[in-house]
Design a protein around this ligand. Structure first.
Ligand code: NAD
Length: 507
């Protein structure tokens, strides 16, 4: 039954692009196609329209891009610039992102199926991150040690780590590259970027703005294509100093194995199965709204998805009722309609995977409070999934511990604080967690004990460029954003300076 949901069709939608976006590699300052002449297509997951035709990268293109980034790093054309020059450049890029927000958002929506209003907000947020990174570019400094004796000075320098491979996923293509690249550039690094094969366009548009803002050739390169061979070669290559990856935990582990051969630095932003614990004294209306936001935002295809709630037994029925009522009001539908809050699922294979998790949970004894099936939107041929709440979930079910990556909320219950904490800390992930209680000591106790990189108390998924983000356990290594975001791209060098000929001879 879907007639009591809020469904949005095409009327009032912003126009789709009329031309196919032709995406090329950016190598050493030039836009190039692969010598093989092969291309790959991206169709809108909402309506099947051909959006992008991209040149298909292989080993040769990765080799050329890494060589360009290596030369640009080694000849110091970027790392010798002052903090002021880097900041000025990053601010120019932020202005260009703002000026081109509608175009970037349109391609982000066409390729990913996310709502256009959300895409616009993400591009605005991305420009803010570029500005924040600009503010950091002028703050890089090390330490001095002036107490090593009258004839010695110890200086600790912070230097760019070198050539960075950046590999990004399809769910927030522009935002995620903006959590990496401006920080690496602020630090003085050079880069080769591989966007997801499903979402090449907006990284290419970013490349156009980098050139427009005056970035020297070779400092940032983009290679389009699949995980194998483009991603694998970007992680194996001896001339790469660091890999910054956002994506699934399975690929993250493969990258750690690949980089171990050359011992590169690795930074990983991986998956999550993020719990929110709701205590009986919580404001249930506030919690219900945030839970609905947390699970349906980006159709649940979000590392930070609040995909499982752990609710006190005494309030479970009333909270589920509130969540179900709100679920009916969330506008699902045509991503190009500005009223839509939840768009399409990325692919039909992924839709089948989401549905499989729900069916398996029901077979194991869970109950569906709302949804639980694919959704049809008038005039849209793509994949959509109903807002879904699965109750009576137990911790041994796959839906309780694995990333469903769809608009599917799992509801578990508890009676004591320790039981809630044990369920929250169960499983392999440790990205984010939340707690709802009007007692600040309950919130603080939970925040201190939960294993997660980010904890939200009485809120969900707020984000600030100033605050570091990343995962504990199998949700990642390292941090993005905040000053930590730039520190990841800096190497420490110790310089011991003897002043005068005071060194006592050994022989
Ligand atoms: P994915 O791991 O399948 O792919 C991510 C990127 O890695 C793509 O560009 C892909 O082409 C590339 N890749 C694939 N195999 C590779 C290999 N062997 N070597 C190198 N690169 C390879 O992930 P996805 O499906 O694009 O994205 C969804 C996943 O990303 C989810 O697990 C989600 O939780 C995670 N994610 C995490 C964060 C975070 O900040 N923690 C943010 C967004 C998404």
């Amino acid at each position: 039954m879907t007639h009591d949901l809020t469904l949005i069709s095409g009327a009032g939608a912003v126009p789709a692009p009329t031309d196919v976006f032709i995406a090329q590699h950016l190598i050493n300052g030039a836009w190039v196609s692969s010598a093989s002449g092969q291309t790959f297509d991206r169709f809108s997951p909402a309506n099947g329209q051909l959006v992008t035709q991209a040149t298909l990268g292989g080993e040769a293109e990765v080799e050329a891009a890494i060589a360009a980034a290596r030369t640009a790093f080694d000849d110091r054309r970027w790392s010798d610039t002052s903090g002021k020059e880097r900041a000025t450049f990053l601010l120019k890029v932020a202005d260009l992102i703002d000026a081109n927000r509608s175009r970037i958002a349109l391609y982000e929506t066409m390729e990913s199926g996310k709502p256009i209003a959300q895409a616009e907000a993400e591009i605005e947020g991305a420009a803010d991150i570029w500005r924040f990174a600009a503010s950091l570019a002028r703050t890089i400094h090390g330490d001095s040690h002036n107490t090593l004796g009258p004839d010695m000075l110890g200086v600790v320098l912070k230097e760019p780590i070198g050539v960075v491979s950046m590999i990004t996923p399809w769910n927030f293509p522009f935002l995620i590259v903006s959590q990496k690249l401006p920080f690496a550039l602020a630090a003085g690094c050079t880069a080769v970027i591989k966007p997801s094969e499903l979402t090449s366009a907006t990284t290419v548009i970013l490349g156009q703005h980098l050139i427009e803002a005056g970035l020297p050739a070779g400092v940032v390169n983009i290679v389009l294509g699949y995980g194998d061979p483009v991603g694998t070669n970007l992680t194996n290559h001896p001339d790469v100093d660091m890999v910054s990856f956002t994506g699934s935990t399975a690929v993250g582990k493969a990258i750690v194995a690949a980089t171990s051969k050359t011992l590169k630095k690795v930074s990983l932003e991986l998956g999550g199965k993020n719990p929110q614990v709701i205590f009986p004294d919580a404001d249930l209306d506030e919690a219900a709204d945030a839970i609905v936001f947390g699970i349906y935002f980006n159709a649940g295809q979000c590392c930070n998805s609040g995909s499982r709630i752990i609710v006190h037994h005494d309030i479970a029925a009333v909270l589920i009722r509130k969540i179900v009522e709100l679920s009916r009001k969330v506008p699902f539908g045509d991503p190009l309609n500005p009223s839509t809050k939840v768009g399409a699922i990325i692919s039909s294979q992924h839709q089948a995977k989401i549905d499989g998790y729900v069916k398996e949970a029901v077979m194991a004894g869970a109950t569906v409070a709302i949804g639980g099936a694919p959704l049809t939107i008038d005039g849209m041929s793509g994949e959509f999934y109903q807002p879904t709440v699965v109750a009576n979930v137990t911790k041994n079910m796959a839906i309780a511990s694995e990333e469903v990556f769809g608009p599917v909320l799992s509801v578990l219950t508890f009676t004591t604080f320790d039981e809630a904490l044990e369920i929250a800390n169960g499983g392999d992930y440790g990205l984010s967690a939340g707690v709802w209680s009007q007692d600040i000591s309950t919130c603080l106790k939970f925040a201190r004990r939960v294993q997660a990189g980010t904890v939200w108390t009485n809120t969900w998924m707020d984000g600030f460029a100033e605050l570091p983000f990343g995962g504990a356990k199998e949700s990642g290594l390292g941090r993005e954003l905040g000053h930590h975001g730039m520190d990841e791209y800096l190497e420490t060098k110790t310089v011991q300076m003897r002043i005068g000929k005071t060194r006592s001879r050994w022989v």
